[in-house]
Design a protein around this ligand. Structure first.
Ligand code: FES
Ligand SMILES: [Fe+2]
Length: 398
């Protein structure tokens, strides 16, 4: 595939992916491989949408901080002395060294290169030997700040300081998962995840694909969540997220060899909720897989057109960790999950290879792929809006 120009005409060519699932075709292969398309997504999605970066309890006390990165932007998130969370770019405003790495506790951020220092809110404090520098206004060189919003214990940031709040556009998802009480759920902070060699949308789609469950994952570890019981609650493309429910053949189904919940189930789940797996999606960064005893969350962080990093975390009911056998049970669950994840990753890497081929086409969908069309609509709605809202159409990345 040569270079492509992303303009209003190009976006109009995606309309056939916006249709109902019976009529829709997949996005063009270059949406998953092209540098230009990725640059466009960075501008339209990653700098304007709410991005999940972690959990509230990763910042247990004043001075706690963690770092992450997405779509080329290094980020630091910190809790200040009064308990507020602040998120900002970690790029030093002197000569671009990163002022923080990893996670920990700090009184302020000291850039290791020339020792400029910044407060936990990003304000520039210390500037050694800058007294001879003319016309230097220290107040203008703080770390660029991001907006912050908490949703169900997840920290979201937005690089667009004028962005509308997230929660009002997530009402249906919020309501559907309310019984889990995720703001009180427990879970360790996962390591910053490894890098994979496929497009972030390949990952998002794989996790939301009802169609493959009974095929790729056929066997005793997954057959109790059959593709035929997938449903796709209606979502407005302007919503920030959407759901997929997948009915199960017995209640409290869970990914382990017993096929039943091993950990205490989330209190307050209804019978209906205990007889399905709920997939809650807040693109472009967060996807939740919710069983009665365990919520697996994926935080997707693209690193390029054909690569992403992903943090995989677990959340359990507030008292679940008190079980002396908790760790062993989680290990048993994750050993099973790993087998399923291996099957998915094998597909993801080969789908990316396929998408690079001259023979890759715009395919058609089964009804069991309703979530892919919801994802297409979420994307295309924003792409259209970008061009609609821009007075002069311009080609991005060309
Ligand atoms: S790059 Fe940070 S102080 Fe120079
Ligand atoms: Fe899968």
């Amino acid at each position: 595939m040569g270079h492509i120009t992303i303009d209003a005409d190009y976006i109009a060519s995606l309309d056939s992916s916006y249709l109902d699932v019976e009529y829709a075709e997949t996005l063009p292969p270059e949406c998953y491989t092209s540098k230009e398309f990725f640059e466009f997504e960075k501008e339209v999605l990653f700098t304007r949408e709410w991005l999940c970066v972690g959990r509230d309890d990763w910042l247990p006390e004043p001075g706690s901080y963690f770092t992450t990165r997405t779509a080329g932007e290094p980020i630091v998130v910190a809790r200040n002395q009064t308990g507020e969370i602040h998120a900002m770019s970690s790029v030093c405003q002197h000569r671009a060294m990163l002022v923080a790495e990893g996670s920990g506790k700090a009184r302020n951020f000291l850039c290791p290169y020339h020792h400029w220092s910044y407060s936990l809110e990003g304000e520039l404090l210390g500037i050694p030997e800058m007294q001879r520098t003319c016309d230097f206004d220290k107040s203008k060189f703080g770390l660029p700040k991001f907006k912050i919003e908490l949703w169900n214990g997840f920290i979201f940031i937005n690089m667009d300081l004028n962005a509308q709040p997230l929660a009002p556009r997530l009402e249906k998802v919020t309501e559907a998962i309310a019984s889990y009480g995720l703001e009180n759920a427990k879970g360790e902070k996962p390591e910053l995840g490894p890098e994979f060699s496929w497009n972030w949308k390949v990952m998002f789609e794989n996790n939301n694909d009802g169609y493959h469950a009974s095929r790729l994952h056929h066997g005793p570890l997954h057959d109790f969540i059959p593709s035929g019981l997938a449903t796709f609650p209606e979502a407005d493309p302007a919503d920030a997220g959407y759901l997929r429910f997948n009915g199960t053949l017995h209640s409290d189904a869970s990914f382990n060899p017993t096929q039943k919940a091993l950990l205490p189930i989330f209190p307050g789940l209804s019978d209906e909720e205990r007889n399905r797996v709920t997939f809650a999606n807040v693109p472009p960064s967060l996807s939740l897989v919710m069983t009665s005893d365990l919520v697996i969350y994926l935080i997707l962080r693209p690193t390029g057109p054909e690569s992403l990093e992903m943090d995989t975390g677990l959340l359990v009911a507030p008292k679940a960790m008190r079980d002396p056998a908790y760790q062993h049970k989680v290990e048993a669950i994750m050993a099973t999950a790993a087998k399923i994840i291996d099957q998915d990753f094998h597909v993801d890497v080969n789908v990316q290879r396929g998408l690079r081929s001259r023979y890759a086409v715009r395919g058609r969908y089964s009804w069991q792929e309703g979530a892919q069309v919801q994802f297409n609509r979420w994307l295309i709605h924003r792409f259209r809006k970008f061009f609609g809202a821009t007075p002069r159409l311009r080609a991005v990345g060309s």
